[in-house]
Design a protein around this ligand. Structure first.
Ligand SMILES: O=C(O)c1cc(=O)[nH]c(=O)n1[C@@H]1O[C@H](COP(=O)(O)O)[C@@H](O)[C@H]1O
Length: 291
């Protein structure tokens, strides 16, 4: 029996084409209690849904998406249990219908047998929570993520693995080993991701494995010897906007890897709500800055 054809084109190809069309901006959809209050919405599942769909409306213009992807922050939906997750499911479904790529920011990571459950939840066509990509944590060992990545790739989806995170505490773990033979933990994660992409991707295409590389710590990638062009995959760069990273600083910090960067901003854009026009203004300002 021949293997079933994937339901969609590979994630790397789809993301690259979305970035070519809309530019390198990702809208983070983070329904924080303070933002809901600012928007005049209740901190309830209905409030979360209204917030999310307004964000999506701003993300799509008359000529197509204004952003390459949206990235809902799963924790802020989980606060409301199953009803909160239903709001997330609605956002994912509406984004799919609107032709906007989705990245579920769930940062999952566990032993192999449990990862199978996460793979089913976030990458399987049978799950209402499946997104185009999901964020994963490699700190139980990169190898625990491989079956999930293969499952995602088989379904035309992708992942972003934490390498260098935007928060100052990240270096306590991610810089460890910098003076040892194989280099820092982050460098080893990047090398493992590049190896897997080399095995899974078609020539001249991005593989399904992206890295999370904080916009606030872009220079550390070079300092620690990460081979970012060698990844042949996308770099999700949070920290743009509210955490202080600027477009000019990112372009300089990422250097040759700039064409791989998907800059993501949540509060910096969402603070422009509650009107769609206010959000669109901030999205367009960021797009112009990113060039
Ligand atoms: O994986 C992420 O998206 C992520 C990784 C990282 O290193 N730093 C980081 O801030 N994030 C997420 O990116 C978003 C940043 O939000 P803002 O600071 O409001 O733009 C939040 O949802 C964070 O959880």
């Amino acid at each position: 029996m021949s293997a079933a054809a994937p339901a969609r084109a590979p994630f790397g190809r789809r993301l690259r084409s979305a970035m070519a069309q809309a530019g390198p901006l990702c809208l983070g959809v983070d329904p924080h209690p303070s933002l809901l209050r600012q928007w005049g919405l209740p901190d309830t599942p209905a409030g979360l849904e209204a917030f999310s769909l307004t964000g999506l409306e701003a993300a799509v213009g008359p000529d197509g998406p204004r952003v390459a992807a949206i990235k809902p922050q799963v924790a802020l939906y989980e606060r409301h249990g199953s009803a909160g997750l239903a709001a997330l499911e609605r956002l994912l479904a509406e984004a799919r219908d609107a032709g906007v790529l989705t990245i579920a920011d769930a940062k999952r990571g566990d032993i192999g047998s449990t990862m199978d459950g996460y793979a089913a939840a976030w990458t399987s066509d049978a799950s209402p929570l499946a997104a185009d990509a999901v964020t994963l944590s490699p700190y139980l060992g990169f190898g625990t993520l491989v079956p999930t990545i293969e499952a995602a790739h088989a379904a035309g989806r992708g992942v972003f693995v934490l390498a260098l995170t935007s928060n100052p505490e990240g270096r306590e773990v991610q810089h460890v080993g910098r003076d040892a033979g194989e280099g820092a933990v982050a460098r080893r994660i990047a090398a493992a991701a590049a190896d897997l992409n080399a095995a899974l991707r078609a020539e001249d295409e991005w593989g399904p494995v992206g890295l999370v590389l904080g916009a606030t710590v872009a220079e550390d990638a070079e300092r620690l010897g990460l081979d970012l062009p060698g990844l042949a995959g996308p770099l999700l760069a949070p920290g743009f906007g509210a955490q202080g990273a600027t477009a000019a600083g990112m372009r300089e910090g990422f250097g040759r890897a700039w064409p791989q960067v998907l800059a993501t901003s949540s509060r910096g854009i969402l603070a422009g709500g509650p009107t769609v026009a206010g959000l669109v203004e901030r999205i367009e300002r960021d797009r112009a800055d990113l060039g």
